[in-house]
Ligand binder design. Structure first.
Ligand code: AMP
Ligand code: ZN
Length: 124
């Protein structure tokens, strides 16, 4: 299947992985709205929120908590926006949950590689 996010799961396209388990992969959005903007996707190809099943959404929500914990530790944002686009609003047709940290004072980092390195360093 010609799906860009399935290619990320297979490792054919690189990603800055924040968290991963057998059910989900979470990686930095390459065109972030904010520092730490992360996508949570199921490892099985599910097109969108309407196709999502009740078992997989539990894994998505568990991963959301893991990612929030990692971002809280790394960047201490003041809140988050969690968003799922659909229809003409959804560019990539593989379900993804946007985790967008919100800051009163956003950290001064524009390079995604630097964002990733800070996340890795905070895990050590
Ligand atoms: P949406 O409009 O919800 O489908 O958003 C798709 C998101 O995927 C956008 O925020 C893109 O920046 C992001 N995106 C597209 N390709 C990649 C990629 N290779 N790695 C990480 N994020 C990506
Ligand atoms: Zn896919």
């Amino acid at each position: 299947m010609d799906c860009i996010f399935c290619k990320i799961i297979k490792g054919d396209i690189p990603s800055y992985t924040v968290y991963e388990n057998e059910h989900v992969k979470c990686y930095l959005d390459i065109n972030p709205n904010n520092v730490g903007h992360t996508l949570v996707i199921p490892k099985k190809h599910i097109t969108d929120a309407i196709e999502m099943d009740s078992e997989t959404i539990v894994h998505i929500n568990n991963a959301l908590k893991e990612v929030v914990s990692i971002l809280d530790k790394t960047f201490k944002p003041d809140g988050y926006k969690f968003a799922v686009n659909y229809g003409i609003c959804q560019e990539v047709k593989h379900y993804h949950l946007h985790i967008v940290p919100k800051y009163k004072n956003e950290p001064l980092i524009s390079d995604i590689k630097e964002v990733y390195e800070k996340i890795i360093a905070s895990k050590e």
